[in-house]
Write a protein that binds this ligand. Structure first.
Ligand code: NDP
Ligand code: X2W
Length: 400
């Protein structure tokens, strides 16, 4: 294989930037090209591990590294050629190494986790904030202004502060920052994300729901009334903190609905849909906890606008997402499954005719920890810093 081909494979796999690294000679061991893709990955990983992490172009601070979304950021950044983690924080686990908290990450060369109050942000360019809502606003308002921030919590998603306070049952203490925040549903608000300093990364349920509905509402293909959303999440959506309700014996062999009529994602979902409609939309939304670790499905029941067909809905979604790397409309009749997006940044969706005329059923699936959290967060930071949007996100779904 020629050096050019090898470099091109590395580049296409997201391991190298064109022209950034020169590999002068690659031995041809008589194997197939597939072998060299693996070889490229090994070589580049070695390259990354041996180079000092703070020599990467962008120095990342990871707040809440000891939680599930923090660990997922570490997993994704392991293959990111430009972002290196130079600061990690934790609360109860401050003082510990990432490998001791998450043994699956033991091979990563990472700083010891410190408490936020001991964190030094002078050697950090950008931050992923993976903290609980409420705590987040207090911490973000104290961060230096030079930092680009992607916040995975709910604190800056809802524009109306009174609405936030009502649904989250607590005062908002950073309303000025809220005004600056850009809601980062990437495929819908990419242009705004480009210039943002603070991005509010969407919730997992709102991501799976808005991706199919926003284009259909914008194109006036569905009625604003009677939108019914039934969503299901894996248990990792609740975070790593120990809770009685999330014990194996409480979750296994059953499902349960929670937050019925009052789940805190309702204002976020209605805000996004109402923006698309340019008028107020209310939805019926019920989330369910499923006996699985990762994954999320939203099944959405809608009424078609007068004279609109299922084919119109299908073609609109096709047109909206045909150039998107991470949002895929499946072939007609194919049912999206959480299994098929597990571990990846994809959202798979499809639309089906209901047996009741004039109604449609939409199904969308994501991995709650990737497109529903850390993957979309990385997609956003790539855009904010001018890197290819898919950098570090080329993981294929893990199946079975
Ligand atoms: N899990 C998911 O699928 C999704 C989660 N989100 C949101 O992302 C955020 C992180 O979620 P997730 O990773 O699941 O949560 P976890 O509960 O797994 O992790 C929370 C992290 O925050 C730290 N932390 C907790 N309290 C404090 C505090 N008072 N001061 C400083 N640090 C603190 C914890 O440290 P320690 O462990 O050391 O105590 C831990 O590192 C949340 O806002 C969540 O709602 C968004 C989309 C999806
Ligand atoms: C299964 C489960 O408990 N899921 C979480 C949603 C996870 C999420 O998206 O939380 P944020 O809005 O904080 O980002 C919940 O229902 O609260």
């Amino acid at each position: 294989m020629s050096t050019a081909t090898f470099n091109s494979i590395c580049f296409n796999q997201g391991y190298l930037r064109k022209g950034a690294v020169k590999i002068s000679k690659v031995k041809n061991r008589g194997q197939r090209v597939k072998f060299y893709v693996g070889e490229a990955s090994v070589l580049s990983t070695k390259c990354m591990q041996s180079s000092e992490k703070n020599k990467k172009e962008v120095r990342i601070g990871l707040l809440g590294a000891s939680g599930y979304t923090g660990a997922e950021i570490v997993r994704l950044l392991a293959n990111h050629p430009y972002f290196g983690i130079t600061l990690m924080t934790a609360d109860r686990k401050a003082g510990q190494s990432m490998g001791s908290v998450f043994p699956h990450l033991i091979t990563q060369d990472l700083p010891t986790m410190v408490s936020v109050k001991d964190a030094d942000f002078s050697s950090v360019d950008a931050v992923f904030c993976c903290l609980p809502h409420g705590t987040t606003q207090e911490i973000i308002k104290g961060l230096p202004c030079h930092l680009k921030i992607v916040d995975l919590s709910a604190d800056f998603r809802v524009r109306d502060i009174a609405e936030y306070e009502e649904w989250y049952g607590q005062p908002h203490s950073a309303s000025e920052l809220q005004k600056e925040a850009v809601y980062g549903l990437t495929e819908i608000s990419r242009e705004d994300v480009k210039n943002a300093r603070l991005v509010a990364n969407p919730g997992c349920y709102p991501t799976s729901i808005q991706l199919p509905l926003v284009p259909l509402i914008k194109a006036k293909l569905i009625e604003h009334r009677n939108i019914i959303i039934d969503s299901k999440s894996g248990v990792s959506g609740a975070g790593r903190g120990a809770k009685e309700a999330n014990l194996y014996s409480e979750i296994a062999e059953g499902i349960y609905s929670y937050g019925v009529t009052k789940h805190r994602h309702v204002p976020e979902i209605e805000q996004g849909l109402s923006d698309a409609a340019q008028s107020k939309i209310n939805v019926s939304f019920t989330p369910h906890l499923m006996p699985m670790i990762r994954g999320m499905q939203s099944t959405i029941y809608v009424e078609l606008s007068q004279g609109v067909t299922i084919e119109d809905l299908y073609q609109q979604l096709r047109k909206s997402y045909e150039d998107e790397e991470f949002v895929k409309l499946l072939d007609k009749g194919v049912v999206p499954r959480t299994h098929n997006v597990r571990g990846s940044n994809y959202c798979f969706m499809n639309v089906f005719p209901d047996r009741i005329p004039g109604r449609a059923i939409i199904i969308s699936v994501i991995d709650n920890l990737v497109k529903g959290a850390s993957g979309q967060a990385l997609q956003n930071l790539n855009i904010m810093l001018g890197y290819p949007e898919n950098t570090g996100l080329l993981y294929q779904p893990l199946f079975p």
